[in-house]
Design a protein around this ligand. Structure first.
Ligand SMILES: [Fe+2]
Length: 310
């Protein structure tokens, strides 16, 4: 029989559990950049106001060779309006479709610029491909911090963990903050599928394994995606889903899809995809932590285009 005391105790335990769960739930704001289909995020701990910014976008007019800060300024405004204390500026990987605004945001808001430590491999590959001179260090030193797989950190009371999820590139990381995972370019919305794996150093087999790792998180884990392109038949952009929904519905990797089936599908599909419009400037700038290449003797930075390279 349940005594009144026990009922009381149970109720207070429930309140404590609810409080504890709430304390582990970060506040999340997504900023969608329609020009590059990229979602940037500001994540913060409501109690301490400590914040991280993931995958910011610097606007770039490719024809004019000119950058601007309109998208990044929306983040600056949000951070200031909410009185946040930016601790981290995180890149899930060296993006090939947009330029990072992390250096601009760092100047305005502070925080440590960070990426996965396998960026060194990406710097080697692209340093060679773009024939970058010896002044281009291939040791990750353009970043303030290089995460390793399984590394933990925190925003106030909210614990965070960096998870290496290679496949799209060798240096892709996902970042789990409490009940929310920021998965970078691994999976997209369930009706769209997964990220391409055909860039230099990409690997569809590794991507499948990385996705399985993410889908082994608890069912109700919130997943926040790096891009959305609207699947055919969907009228609105979307970038939030859950592990359970992905397991049940993802058109490329739902439960029951074998590794070989995925690799065959991904390889065939990647052969049909054009290179992203901004790949040349994006890669050369993002492997430098979002900084432009060293200016030449006239004080101007240039982006190279390898012509007919293998
Ligand atoms: Fe990407």
């Amino acid at each position: 029989m349940t005594t009144p005391d026990l009922v009381l105790e149970t109720a207070s335990a429930q309140v404590a559990r609810a409080r504890e769960a709430k304390a582990k739930r970060p506040s999340i704001a997504g900023f969608f950049d329609e020009a590059t289909n990229t979602v940037s995020y500001v994540i913060h701990d409501p109690a301490s106001k400590e914040a991280a910014i993931i995958d910011s976008v610097l606007d770039y007019d490719a024809a004019a060779g000119r950058t601007s800060n309109g998208s990044a300024d929306l983040i600056v405004e949000y951070v200031k309006a909410n009185d946040l204390d930016v601790r981290w500026l995180i890149e899930t990987h060296a993006h090939a479709d947009h330029i990072s605004a992390a250096p601009y945001l760092q100047e305005k808001l502070g925080g440590k610029l960070a990426i996965g430590r396998e960026i060194i491999r990406v710097q080697e590959v692209f340093g060679k491909l773009f024939n970058a001179g010896s002044d281009f260090e291939r040791d990750g030193s353009q970043f303030d911090h290089l995460f390793k797989d399984g590394e933990t950190f925190a925003l106030g009371a909210i614990e965070a963990i960096a998870v290496h999820v290679p496949g799209h590139t060798p240096a892709d990381y996902a970042f789990i903050f409490g009940d929310a995972a920021f998965v970078g370019d691994t999976i997209f919305m369930p009706d769209f599928g997964t990220a391409r794996a055909d860039f230099p150093g990409g690997d569809a087999r590794q991507l499948y394994k990385s996705i399985q790792r993410l889908l082994s998180l608890p069912e109700d884990t919130r997943l926040f995606l790096c891009h959305d392109y609207k699947a055919p038949g969907r009228s609105e952009y979307a970038w939030e889903t859950t592990v359970g929904q992905q397991r049940r519905e993802n058109v490329h990797v739902k439960e029951g899809t074998t590794e070989d089936e995925f690799v065959a599908m991904r390889t065939a599909r990647d052969e049909t995809l054009a290179m992203p419009e901004l790949i040349m400037p994006s890669v050369q700038i993002n492997i430098r932590g979002g900084h432009l290449p060293e200016p030449e003797d006239n004080g101007v930075s240039y982006i190279k285009i390898p012509v007919n390279a293998v």
